[in-house]
Ligand binder design. Structure first.
Ligand SMILES: *Cc1c(COP(=O)(O)O)cnc(C)c1O
Length: 400
């Protein structure tokens, strides 16, 4: 984040107090399980370090990321709590990760071998979480190969190269809580735990639950839950309930300042390909953010139906015509009183009647995860609610 004021005519306002209270709510949902706040993908677009600090202030005791570089960035910023990184390819900086005390997932034999080599050259014991594919069909070692991988991992443990601290997996249908695969995967996971324990592993943490499972299925919480989306205040199961029903508040507001307001006649084609044409004399408003800023082009409007929702004053309008790279157009109506410089809201918490990221997801035929993580790098993040966050929680004071 840059320290000089930005002239960018749009911003993502990130409320750290909301992230903090969302994590506090997730702790309640988690019961006896510890909370690993997932801060991958730049804290789901909210900023890696601010999100991490707010999550720790809310009571998370672990942080989770996909990439090794994300974990290293947390350590370089002074984060001292356990951090798990779970996705890397051959050539990743595992020696640096191990030396920095980052926990690593091991999902294949080559990964174990690379982690062992990294631990030997760093001269420290690497903490590993063995990942088993219980049915998602994505990352993880298959149940049939688990015994061999565990055997090799426990041999490396005996010589001090690694400590097998975790066994974990990920659900395919957590967002459909009654789906039979949830029970099926839980059974495979239970079998994997039994196998690991018989093989002599002394597991510190067994973990399976993402946001949806944390909120809807206490039977799969085990020792640690790994919520991501819910940390940022969105519901992973909108068909079951919105954020408020789970005690969550959306933490990001995406807004922009009108760059132009102008009167046009009836029959004016609007934006590329004239996908929208004015039906009477009206006033157009130009919103200076577009798909390069994360506004989904799939939420373009047509002649018959406005696209993605926007709050203008107290009014709810929608994108008129095509979403462009840098801008979208609104039909403000013939009686518009808005002026260039007025701020419009694409999405926010919904508390003031503004649209939410979930509304944009529906307009674009996607999920709210994609709406918040795709907000472009050039959109300034403006952090608010900082005072509510204890900067000392897990972050070295000198570096925070
Ligand atoms: C992203 C991710 C999570 C968090 O998922 P949400 O649905 O955002 O809660 C948890 N575990 C793994 C393996 C992930 O990749």
């Amino acid at each position: 984040m840059s320290s000089h004021p930005s002239s960018y005519p749009g911003r993502a306002v990130v409320d750290l107090a909301a992230i903090r209270s969302n994590v506090a709510a997730l702790r309640e949902h988690a019961g006896d399980a510890a909370v690993m706040a997932v801060v991958k993908a730049d804290g789901y677009g909210h900023g890696l370090l601010p999100s991490a600090r707010a999550a720790l202030a809310g009571g998370a005791t672990w942080l989770g990321v996909a990439q090794v570089d994300e974990a290293l960035a947390l350590r370089e910023s002074g984060v001292t709590v356990p951090v798990l990184a779970w996705l890397y390819a051959p050539g990743a900086p595992l020696e640096r990760a191990v030396a920095a005390g980052v926990d690593l997932s091991v999902a294949a034999r080559w990964a174990l071998d690379d982690v062992v080599a990294a631990a030997r050259s760093a001269g420290v014991t690497a903490r590993v979480h063995v990942k088993v594919d219980t049915g998602l069909g994505r990352n993880g070692v298959g149940p049939d190969e688990l015994a061999d991988l565990l055997d090799a991992a426990l041999r490396a443990q005996a010589e001090g190269a690694v400590a097998v601290v975790g066994l974990w997996s990920h659900l395919a249908f957590a967002d459909a809580p009654d789906h039979p695969t949830v029970r099926g995967q839980a059974e495979v996971f239970a079998g994997a735990i039994a196998l690991a324990e018989r093989a002599g592993a002394r597991l510190e943490v067994r973990h399976l639950a993402n946001s949806a499972a944390t909120l809807t299925d206490a039977s799969v919480h085990y020792d640690l839950v790994r919520p991501g989306l819910a940390v940022y205040g969105l519901s992973p199961v909108p068909q079951v309930g919105g954020p408020a029903s789970f005690g969550l508040t959306p933490a990001m507001r995406l807004e922009a300042d009108l760059a132009l307001v102008k009167r046009v006649p009836a029959g004016q084609g609007v934006s590329y390909a004239h996908a929208y044409t004015t039906t009477g004399e009206t006033v157009l408003g130009l919103v200076p953010i577009g798909y390069a800023d994360g506004v989904p082009r799939h939420a373009s409007g047509t002649q018959d139906r406005w696209g993605g929702p926007v709050q203008v004053g107290r009014r709810r309008l929608g994108v008129a015509g095509r979403v462009c790279m840098d801008q979208v157009v609104l039909d403000l109506g013939p009686d518009a009183t808005e002026r260039a410089g007025d701020t419009v809201v694409l999405f926010g918490s919904g508390a003031d009647g503004e649209p939410t990221a979930e509304d944009w997801a529906q307009a674009a035929g996607t999920i709210s995860y994609e709406i918040i993580t795709r907000v472009g790098a050039r959109v300034p993040r403006v952090v608010v609610g900082d005072a509510a966050v204890d900067a000392e929680a897990g972050v070295d004071e000198d570096l925070a």
